[in-house]
Design a protein around this ligand. Structure first.
Ligand code: IPM
Ligand code: MG
Length: 373
């Protein structure tokens, strides 16, 4: 019997609360479907800093490299705002992404029918929305060298005398591998990829466009490919989001565009993500899963957080890391059922009402729905 290993990193803010609800789901699959999970738990972000003085201990990094999948809650909070840049909670997350080489970040933006009225856009524009943003996650301006804040003393024209530098750098290989991931995913969906960059002002954008086109022409001619400048892409996303199927873009544009896409769906508390790397010995990709929402320190510890994004992130782990597609479908159906029944955490509570629930009650309802389906 296979045992699926999972490293849980709850992190900061609402991370631990939503993770408690995922544990209920994991227990349900173990008890009712006989699926064996080997779950371990460790610290990341501010929680790791408090204990180790760093946002990710080396032992935790090593563990993350060994398991079938990592599930992360969220990192950061006001208590850590003034820490030195090198030990900020976010650095723990970036280290995991970089050292596990998780180059393809999948951010689905799906509008659940029961929630279409929560979107900041009109229902008719977002109803049925189902797009997938594939964000490059291990390169670009997040990691490019040179970087830093330096003095600019020999430039008397510069008031303040400092310069801040980050570098947008992409190799053709980095672009090709994330493009392949996007084309592969598109083949299982609507067969369309839109690539976004700023080829009108950036050389790295020209390279991006040429390399995505190259992968298309040589390896995926059957997939429909279009290109868009990222600013126009942002505008099109809020104008007519349904025109997109898969969007592939770089690390920084992907960060921004995926937040915009998230808002279209009505609740950030609903959106999962998967970050995938190269295949491991078992043939499945190295992987980390996380909700798109942050640590939400303003509501942490109050039982208000919506655990659905984290639960759906575990569903993505079932699908991509454990090859349990039917179980992933079941879990997603359970979430849809609970929403259709009007069960609502505060972020989902609208004028039409519903049954208000706490974080923990939402987890219980989803488990009940699993048993009922
Ligand atoms: C995200 C977040 C991170 C990012 C932060 C927390 C470092 O905004 O995952 O989108 O910028 O990548
Ligand atoms: Mg972001």
């Amino acid at each position: 019997m296979t045992t699926h290993s999972l490293l849980i990193l709850p992190g900061d803010g609402i991370g631990p609360e939503v993770m408690t609800e995922v544990r209920k789901v994991i227990d349900w699959f173990q008890t009712n479907k006989g699926i064996q999970f080997d779950v371990s738990e460790d610290l990341v972000g501010g929680a790791a800093y408090d204990k180790h003085g760093v946002p990710l201990a080396d032992e935790t990094m090593a563990k993350a490299q060994e398991v079938d999948a990592v599930l992360l809650g969220a990192v950061g909070g006001p208590a850590y705002d003034n820490l030195d840049f090198s030990v900020k909670p976010e650095r723990g997350l970036l280290r995991l992404r970089k050292e596990m080489d998780l180059f393809a970040n999948l951010r689905p933006a799906q509008c659940f029918d029961a929630l279409a009225d929560f979107s900041s856009l009109k229902r008719e524009i977002v109803a049925g929305l189902d797009i997938l943003i594939v964000r490059e996650l291990t390169s670009g301006v997040y990691f490019g060298e040179p970087r830093g804040i330096h003095s600019d003393d020999n430039n008397p024209q510069n008031e303040g005398g400092r310069v801040g530098i980050n570098t947008q750098r992409y190799t053709s290989g980095e672009i090709r591998r994330v493009a392949r991931a996007a084309f592969e995913l598109a083949k299982k969906r609507g067969n369309r990829v839109c690539s976004m960059e700023k080829a009108n002002v950036m050389e790295s954008g020209i390279l991006w466009r040429e390399e995505v086109q190259w992968v298309h022409d040589n390896e995926y001619p059957e997939v429909e490919l279009s290109h868009m400048y990222a600013d126009n892409g942002a505008m099109q996303l809020v104008r007519r989001p349904n025109q997109f199927d898969v969007i592939v873009t770089d690390n920084l544009f992907g960060d921004i565009l995926s937040d915009a896409a998230a808002m279209l769906t009505g609740s950030l508390g609903m959106l999962p993500s998967a970050s995938l790397g190269a295949p491991m010995a078992n043939g499945r990709p190295k992987a980390m899963y996380e909700p798109v929402h942050g640590s939400a320190p303003d509501i942490a510890g109050q039982g208000k957080a919506n655990p659905i994004a984290c639960i759906l992130s575990f569903a993505m782990a079932l699908r991509y890391s454990y090859d349990l597609g039917a179980e992933a479908d079941l879990l997603e159906a359970a979430v849809e059922k609970v929403l259709a029944d009007g069960v609502r955490t505060g972020d989902l509570m609208g004028p039409e009402g519903g049954t208000p629930v706490t974080t923990s009650q939402m987890g219980d309802k989803i488990v009940e729905a699993l048993s009922a389906l």
